[in-house]
Ligand binder design. Structure first.
Ligand SMILES: Nc1ncnc2c1ncn2[C@@H]1O[C@H](COP(=O)(O)OP(=O)(O)OP(=O)(O)O)[C@@H](O)[C@H]1O
Ligand SMILES: [Mg+2]
Length: 324
């Protein structure tokens, strides 16, 4: 059985005039100790999916469906039970660590708090584990830096503190939501390398969320592409890059730098808002390969071959579009 099974996950936003569906019927599995990439443009529903798995959706948003983690449906757990799992079995790192670190507590204290919440250890033992974690995330002079406040650290160092907190109890699943987007490219590369090392050492599965397919290519084994709250393509990483079957995936791939002199081709238009989705295929109004039928009936996510799904009625003809 997979470590995480997401089944018919729907996420809704409550408004005075009723609920708006933001994430629609998601289904995917994450196997133990593997990296699963979730990609898509801003507003496609990636973060809300992560927050639903973690049980930390904002009050005006709710989820339906099942999220089975080691056989338990997280969506029906009591708040106490999910709080106990969080940090111990599943943890998360966010794009901007400043918003998730407490500005008035020293970073060492914040790491230690995760340890003492979940493990029965003395204060001295917790300090020792804290130092070990700071070394594991390669923070220089940890004895000194553990006494610093978040604002005294650089963005990259703060993200390392977040990582130390996230791996403190050796969770089975780490959710990393755009963990490096706010940082410059050198720091980004260092942190992704650190994430790869930690994942191997700790044997963790990772749900890696990003809008950057380059990051996916280097880090993930399986990939799901999300558009307007739906999965539009799902495949192993090699297949997705070599044989994409959805025009949106191809559009994202065309946005990747392809060497000197090759211009980037952005996808025209923007992701529609959840309450203004077009009828039919949600991508049809931006799709250069759409035919009239695409505008009337929403295609199902269907099997192209084992382990490869795409939500496009023209998936088999896609070579023509790739060349164009
Ligand atoms: N608290 C909220 N209240 C209402 N709508 C929200 C809320 N949070 C997100 N949304 C809407 O839900 C949709 C999905 O948002 P989400 O943050 O999951 O996207 P995302 O894929 O993570 O985007 P990004 O790449 O920008 O992080 C967006 O249309 C967004 O406007
Ligand atoms: Mg997001």
């Amino acid at each position: 059985m997979s470590l995480l099974q997401v089944r018919d996950l729907n996420i809704f936003f409550r408004t005075q005039s009723g609920s708006i569906n933001i994430v629609n019927n998601l289904n995917f599995d994450i196997e133990e100790a593997t990296v699963f990439g979730l990609a898509g443009e801003s507003g496609s529903g990636k973060s809300l999916t992560a927050l639903a798995i973690m049980g930390i959706l904002p009050p005006n948003i709710y989820a339906e469906g099942t999220v089975n983690f080691k056989g338990t449906n997280l969506l029906t757990l009591s708040p106490e039970a999910i709080r106990d799992l969080r940090g111990r079995e599943i943890s998360m790192i966010f794009q901007e660590p400043m918003t998730s670190l407490n500005p008035v507590l020293k970073v060492g204290h914040q790491i230690r708090e995760v340890i003492t919440t979940h493990l029965k250890v003395t204060k001295k033992e917790a300090d020792k584990i804290t130092l070990g974690l700071m070394r594991a995330v390669k923070i220089p002079a940890p004895e000194i830096r553990m006494k610093e406040y978040p604002h005294q650290m650089s963005g990259g160092m703060r993200q390392r503190i977040m990582m130390a907190m996230a791996i403190a109890c050796s969770p089975s699943l780490l959710i990393a939501d755009e963990p490096t987007t706010a940082l410059d490219v050198t720091i980004q590369a260092q942190l992704l390398e650190l994430l790869r090392d930690l994942r191997q050492q700790k044997n963790m599965a990772v749900l890696l969320i990003t809008h950057d397919l380059g990051v996916i290519a280097e880090n993930a084994e399986k990939v799901a592409i999300m558009y307007a709250g739906r999965l539009v393509e799902l495949a192993d990483v090699h297949t997705l890059f070599e044989e994409p079957r959805h025009p949106y995936t191809i559009g994202l791939l065309r946005c990747l730098p392809r060497g000197k002199g090759t211009p980037l081709k952005p996808i025209p238009g923007t992701v529609p808002k959840p309450n203004h989705l077009p009828p039919g295929c949600k991508f049809s109004d931006r799709c250069g390969f759409a035919i009239p039928e695409c505008k009337t009936k929403e295609p199902a996510l269907r099997k192209i071959k084992d382990g490869h799904l795409a939500r496009c009625i023209r998936a088999e003809e896609i070579e023509q579009y790739k060349v164009a």
